[in-house]
Design a protein around this ligand. Structure first.
Ligand code: ASP
Length: 462
């Protein structure tokens, strides 16, 4: 959220500017690279310890008790503190960066043009993702001939959890005309308090537009304030990221130590469909998009956004990853702050390609398990609804599950069937969050490029 650099800084202004201070930049880079490596090590250590603990505790109740104690009293709290520090800044960050992004884009025509490109990109790329998923699930057909014993065992184990999610789906997410009316908040503070991100986004957009329409001498102060708020938040995220290597290890430990690997075995082909689809979208589709639309080297692109991908994987949350992705977009990819500030907060809430793919695969898989045939018409409905639901899903762990149940019931598949996949959802959730945030970054690069910006140049590190 740095203001554009003054090309002719006056000599008498001895203001400290980290972008022009080469020595500091180098030092900062070393610290950041080290942190990034530390986070990666944390991920590996957490996974090894978690899987090891899971394996040993499977046959030994005494060890199992100790592992669960460590997960409950050590790794969960550490992971939660980290997650909460990131969630803590999401609402002010989305508001400040969107309102400022809109205001700095300046004229409304430009805003409209960029807004239209962003929305088209979100919808089209999400639709591509669902179609990849549907091709895989219709070819591999993991739910055909699924063992009825395993099915009833899973329904019994996860049925209660599915019921709770169903209540959530009924209570506040029923899809209809009110879904759109509710995007306009009655009270923005209330929307913020409930982390109703679509409503917060709406308020921020209107606020930013209004800022461009009032006299400059008045809007200037507000813009400076918003810019300052953005800077403060990035600092707070910096504090949280110091915790990241340990917190990521803790989060991954908690997940893998508790994970039902046995459940994964019985759902292996379904999980393969989702993971293969996500991998194709992440590494093939995005590489092509980044190459064609942003004219970037895909390998270099992925290298520079590695910390964002790790944060997404370990937190399972697009919202929690937003501060890291704004930082990477501006500092690593060279996306101008007003474009990053506009595209990324919108993307974190509305653009979830991985989630859309997961929803498509899961709908067809559960229909296959129940022996319900979905014709081409129904599958098209699945594509449409998966894209829409991915827009509405909250960027938090498991945020898409209640909406997925709505899609299931719309196409005539029992929504309670979601219980079949809940046991493996955590690992799929971590995995789908990676393309969710990568998709926002590819979009930011595409928009910047289409507006004539040279990416990954001088201010980008590399
Ligand atoms: N965890 C996902 C995200 O935050 C949402 C979901 O698919 O459940 O992007």
């Amino acid at each position: 959220m740095t203001e554009p650099k003054d090309p002719n800084p006056s000599n008498d202004e001895e203001e400290f500017d980290p972008l022009t201070d080469r020595e500091d930049e180098a030092a900062d880079d070393t610290v950041r690279l080290a942190l990034h490596t530390k986070i990666l090590i944390g991920l590996g250590v957490g996974a090894i310890l978690g899987i090891g603990a899971n394996t040993f505790s499977a046959s030994n109740p005494a060890i199992n008790e100790k592992v669960m104690w460590i997960a409950k009293y050590v790794s969960d709290p550490l992971g939660q503190v980290f997650l909460r520090m990131l969630f803590m800044v999401v609402v002010p960050l989305v508001f400040a960066s969107l309102a400022l992004g809109v205001a700095q884009l300046g004229d409304l025509k430009k805003l409209g043009r960029i807004g239209l490109k962003v929305m088209l990109y979100f919808l089209l790329v999400s639709a591509i993702a669902v179609m990849i998923g549907l091709s895989l699930v219709n070819t591999i057909r993991p739910g055909v001939g699924f063992s009825p014993e395993i099915q009833s065992q899973l329904m019994e184990t996860f049925g209660k959890e599915a019921e709770q999610k169903g209540e959530l789906a009924k209570s506040d997410q029923a899809f209809g005309v009110n879904t759109f009316v509710n995007i306009v908040p009655r009270n923005p503070i209330d929307a913020a308090a409930k982390t109703d991100m679509l409503a917060v986004i709406f308020f921020a957009l209107v606020f930013g537009i209004a800022l461009t329409l009032i006299p400059r001498e008045k809007s200037e102060h507000v813009q400076k304030l918003l810019d300052g708020v953005g800077e403060v938040i990035i600092k707070i995220v910096g504090f949280a990221m110091q915790l990241a290597p340990f917190a990521v290890a803790a989060l991954i430990f908690s997940t893998t130590a508790r994970f039902g690997w046995g459940v994964l075995r019985s759902l292996l082909w379904y999980a393969i469909c989702v993971l293969a689809g996500l991998a194709i979208h992440q590494f093939v589709v995005y590489s092509i998009l980044v190459k064609i639309f942003a004219r970037l080297n895909p390998l270099e692109f992925f290298r520079r956004i590695t910390p964002v991908m790790i944060t997404a994987f370990s937190t399972s949350s697009s919202n929690a990853t937003l501060p890291t992705s704004i930082k990477a977009a501006e500092e690593e990819l060279g996306v101008p702050p007003q474009i990053a500030g506009f595209v990324l907060p919108l993307g974190a809430t509305m653009n979830m390609n991985g989630t859309a793919l997961f929803e498509g695969v899961t709908c067809v898989f559960i229909a296959q398990v129940f022996g319900i045939h979905l014709g081409i018409g129904e599958q098209l409905v699945v594509v449409l609804l998966s894209v829409l639901m991915a827009v509405g899903a909250a960027g938090v762990p498991g945020g898409s599950i209640p909406l997925l149940m709505i899609v299931l019931s719309t196409i005539g598949v029992p929504p309670g069937g979601i219980a079949i996949i809940l046991g493996v959802d955590r690992i799929l959730d971590m995995s789908r969050t990676v393309p969710n945030v990568t998709g926002d970054l590819t979009c930011a690069c595409f928009i910047a490029r289409s507006e004539g910006v040279e990416l990954m140049t001088s201010q980008a590190k590399g």
